[in-house]
Design a protein around this ligand. Structure first.
Ligand SMILES: *[C@@H]1O[C@H](CO)[C@@H](O)[C@H](O)[C@H]1NC(C)=O
Ligand SMILES: *[C@@H]1O[C@H](CO)[C@@H](O)[C@H](O)[C@H]1NC(C)=O
Ligand SMILES: *[C@@H]1O[C@H](CO)[C@@H](O)[C@H](O)[C@H]1NC(C)=O
Ligand SMILES: *[C@@H]1O[C@H](CO)[C@@H](O)[C@H](O)[C@H]1NC(C)=O
Ligand SMILES: *[C@@H]1O[C@H](CO)[C@@H](O)[C@H](O)[C@H]1NC(C)=O
Ligand SMILES: *[C@@H]1O[C@H](CO)[C@@H](O)[C@H](O)[C@H]1NC(C)=O
Length: 481
């Protein structure tokens, strides 16, 4: 017992922070890549922020597969193993992970709650697996997830739950579903997600129907990144739909230009779809993106407040103030858009007179704002100049004359140059400001205080002597003693 205690006190017990011989450790980075590991070594330093286990033989991630907590681990690389199963709580001991790489493994299914605890995870790499199915709740707890790579898997349905399940990611801005087996996508939902920046779908065997054509045309018109970058890997490349079904919808010679509508609250309004004038028999696939929702022409509940008529026209039944905004009409028109063409219209709901009053008030506000901005800008410039040139430190106050305490170089404000040349120093406080006191004095007081004090002195000097500005005085070397 005593010996053990002694050992304890002397710190001879085996330390936990050792680097196994088959890993490479660089401070907080541990790399055990390409070592045929089938389990995680026991004695890894727990303070690691990056752990690389790629190119090994891991097959299952059970709850205890990491034998020790890694409180600071931010990056965990598990790519190119043979992982086929992940169990609930497998990542419970790495709660602060930001980046998790599970690419090129053998996952076939993402069971629910397998990422429990990874509340801070921002990036999840799952490409190059064989994922067929995503069970609802698979991404629960991943509130912070921003980028999700599911490329190169075997998904046949678009995993909509990622966006709408409670507890899922709230800020997902990048979803890569390229090179899967999707044959159709939920066009209406994707239209409402267009603002989510990036949903990559290239390399899927998508069936080019009128709805998909409409979506792709709209994304191209919006210059949506995934379409601009990978246009060639999408179907409907030539903008022509599947036969006459879509192409009979539109009349191409009608100009497509930006339009604006105004309606009083409570009134009805019909807004024709830009560039879609003619009507044909049969169903049209027309989607309207409104400020609050996306509606389409096949769902026509007569009780709805926004209805798409069979000919693609949007009918607003009793406009509300909140309906104001930009409306986009998404339809397969089978055309390339030039930059002057718009598929959007603007709608203003409001009392004409009230709207004018608002405009007037806002223009006055703009003027006021501009004036305030200008004034504060001028003041800021003066303060910055004062700060830059007059702050080395404060002259010691209360010293007779001040000149000795400040020593060094002085700038003569608005005085006769001959006095400067003669080396005379005036100490009457009116004409001379001493700007470079001895360095020893610089410890006293914060720069801000000295700037204010000196600024005051200088401003006073300028005011009393009148004719020159600070800028002139400072720039002109003739006035530097
Ligand atoms: C890993 O295993 C393979 C075959 O099982 C062997 O050829 C290779 O040398 C091993 N690598 C290491 C680093 O042990
Ligand atoms: C998914 O997880 C549940 C419990 O969470 C388990 O009963 C089920 O077997 C798992 N499914 C697979 C395929 O691993
Ligand atoms: C989502 O993004 C918003 C705005 O960028 C931010 O305020 C919020 O904290 C983010 N939420 C999460 C869970 O990261
Ligand atoms: C049209 O809207 C209805 C109701 O919102 C929806 O169920 C349906 O899937 C939509 N049609 C298409 C082609 O997206
Ligand atoms: C669409 O149909 C409505 C009524 O069914 C009609 O009032 C409107 O003029 C039509 N719009 C166009 C552009 O044909
Ligand atoms: C619109 O303004 C007029 C006069 O300014 C007012 O009489 C009328 O009630 C207003 N209508 C609505 C819906 O606010």
């Amino acid at each position: 017992m005593l010996a053990l205690l002694l050992l304890l006190c002397l710190g001879f017990l085996p330390s936990e922070a050792t680097c196994p011989p088959y890993c490479l450790c660089a401070s907080d980075i541990i790399s055990c890549s390409g070592r045929n590991l089938s389990t995680l070594p026991f004695d890894l330093p727990g303070f690691a922020t990056r752990l690389d286990l790629s190119h090994n033989e891991l097959t299952v991630l059970l709850p205890g597969w990491i034998p020790q907590p890694f409180d600071q681990l931010a990056t965990l690389v598990l790519s190119r193993n043979s992982i086929s199963r992940i169990e609930v709580n497998a990542f419970a001991v790495t709660p602060h992970l930001l980046h998790l790489d599970l690419s090129s493994n053998r996952l076939t299914l993402l069971n629910s709650s397998i990422f429990t605890g990874l509340k801070q995870l921002k990036e999840l790499l799952l490409f190059g697996n064989q994922i067929v199915q995503i069970i609802p709740g698979a991404f629960s707890d991943l509130y912070s997830l921003q980028r999700l790579y599911l490329s190169g898997n075997r998904l046949t349905t678009f995993p909509q739950g990622i966006y709408w399940e409670p507890g899922g990611p709230r800020n997902l801005t990048f979803l890569d579903l390229s090179h899967n087996r999707l044959s159709e996508v939920p066009v209406q939902s994707l239209l409402s997600l267009t603002h989510q920046c990036g949903i990559y779908l290239q390399g899927n065997p998508l069936v080019c129907d009128c709805a998909l054509l409409a979506l792709l045309e709209y994304w191209i018109w919006k210059q949506y990144r995934p379409l601009v970058d990978f246009r060639g890997d999408y179907p409907c490349k030539d903008y022509s739909g599947p036969g006459p079904l879509c192409s009979e919808q539109g009349v191409w010679d009608m100009p497509v230009e930006a339009q604006a509508f105004q309606v009083e609250p409570g009134k009805w309004l019909t807004v024709p779809c830009p560039g879609l004038a003619s009507l044909t028999e049969g169903r049209l696939e027309v989607f309207w993106i409104t400020p609050s929702t996306v509606v389409n022409s096949t769902s026509s509940d007569p009780n709805d407040h926004l209805v798409v008529l069979p000919n693609g026209t949007l009918e607003i039944r009793g406009a509300l103030i909140e309906d104001s905004g930009t409306y986009g009409c998404v339809a397969a028109r089978g055309r390339h858009y030039n930059p002057y063409e718009s598929v959007e219209v603007n709608l203003v709901v409001g009392n004409l007179s009230t709207a004018n009053g608002l405009a007037h008030r806002s223009s006055t506000e703009h003027f006021n704002t501009a004036f305030t901005t200008l004034a504060s800008c001028v003041i800021s410039i003066i303060l910055v100049l004062l700060y830059l040139y007059l702050t080395p430190c404060r002259c010691r106050e209360g010293q007779g004359g001040g000149s000795r305490g400040c020593g060094g170089r002085a700038i003569v404000l608005c005085s006769d140059p001959r006095e400067v040349e003669s080396g005379q120093r005036r100490s009457n406080g009116k004409r001379v400001a001493f700007l470079e006191p001895q360095e020893e004095n610089c410890d006293n007081g914060s720069p801000k205080t000295s700037s204010v004090n000196l600024g005051h002195v200088t401003t006073e000097g300028i005011l009393k002597n009148g004719s020159r500005t600070v800028g002139q005085t400072l720039i002109d070397p003739a006035y530097m003693a």
